[in-house]
Design a protein around this ligand. Sequence first.
Ligand SMILES: Cc1cc2nc3c(=O)[nH]c(=O)nc-3n(C[C@H](O)[C@H](O)[C@H](O)COP(=O)(O)O)c2cc1C
Ligand SMILES: CCCCCCC(=O)C(=O)O
Length: 365
Amino acid sequence: MPFASVKDMRREARRRLPRAVFDFFAGGADDEVTLRDNARAFQRWALLPRILRPCPSRHLGVSLWKNDAPLAMPIVAAPTAFHRLAHPEGELGTARALAQADALFIVSMASTVALEDIAAAAHGAAKSGHARLWFQLYVQPDRAFTARLIRRAEAAGFEALVITVDSPVFGRRDRDWRNGFFDLPAGLSCETLREPQGDGQLGPPRPIAFSAAFSWSIVDEVRKMTSLPIVLKGILHPADALLALEHEVSAIYISNHGGRQLDGAPATLDVLPAIARVVAGRLPILVDGGVRRGTDVLKALALGANAVGVGRSLLWGLATEGPDGVARVLAMLRDELDRALAMCGCSSLDEVSPALVGPRREPLK
Ligand SMILES: Cc1cc2nc3c(=O)[nH]c(=O)nc-3n(C[C@H](O)[C@H](O)[C@H](O)COP(=O)(O)O)c2cc1C
Ligand SMILES: CCCCCCC(=O)C(=O)O
């Protein structure tokens, strides 16, 4: 069956995956209000195309930081755990597909392949020999362990650290409770969390600890551990965006964890304009949650994001066709974005501004 859209890939992934695995990927916290609202929020905005503006080709590249090599497109892979549940190649397949497309892969600390092996696969597949990789971290109460993870990410060529700060405790997902899905099945584990023991053999994976005792000081602590740019993922409040600025992070990542943490939290698209207003261009802004179409990406860019993260959509690709499916989803979103830019009269992302969107039910002025 030909796949016309991410929705089609999701349908096929649902058919192929065991029920509990599909539910783990698809599900959200509690009543899944936030999960649904993330996607719906995109429908509350309309694109306001401008006509007869020449844009015979569109440039999708974006630079997040001065002197940083531009990303080929503003669509990045949000960190998601457990890719080998979707496909035997797991994160290796995802890494190769993203690197071939020159797209940024934010690798979850809860990957089912070790970060070094993911990096090797990605760098090996990148046309330039250097893939774009960031490492996502849940800061651990054991700071020495946290520091060792950071050292390994640096050594493997990861270019930034994404600290996820929306998980003082782990969200409760009703689907996982119903399915009794609380752990990886036998044969799979969080390979990055294994460390060599005295005998040189890798030990068992260390469990990820979530801590409600953390404060903003963890950002300062991590900064002392690394010179990599620090991105804070899980910001939803403008006041926290300002605190992130004070703590000199390198980028703000607006996210409600795809509706998997606090149910009732706002849709990310709904908080983006207010956060973009207070940040006022001082830091790059990433946002994720509910992105299923290139037009969603364009709306987020118009409302103030510099790049947009995609979580489940890529997992559906991986589950359906392995690395080819990841490549297919990425190409779909990229082509949809390119087409939408052409129809809106934009030849580059610099021409995307809030003037390109309006609330859907209000008349145009
Ligand atoms: C199956 C799954 C696993 C996830 N694992 C992580 C993770 O390990 N670390 C993290 O910061 N966010 C994680 N997230 C959240 C994503 O990074 C992202 O915020 C979310 O998926 C975006 O929403 P979307 O799936 O609608 O695109 C996960 C999300 C899903 C669906
Ligand atoms: C206990 C391991 C949890 C891994 C983190 C996965 C995650 O963030 C998610 O949303 O699921």
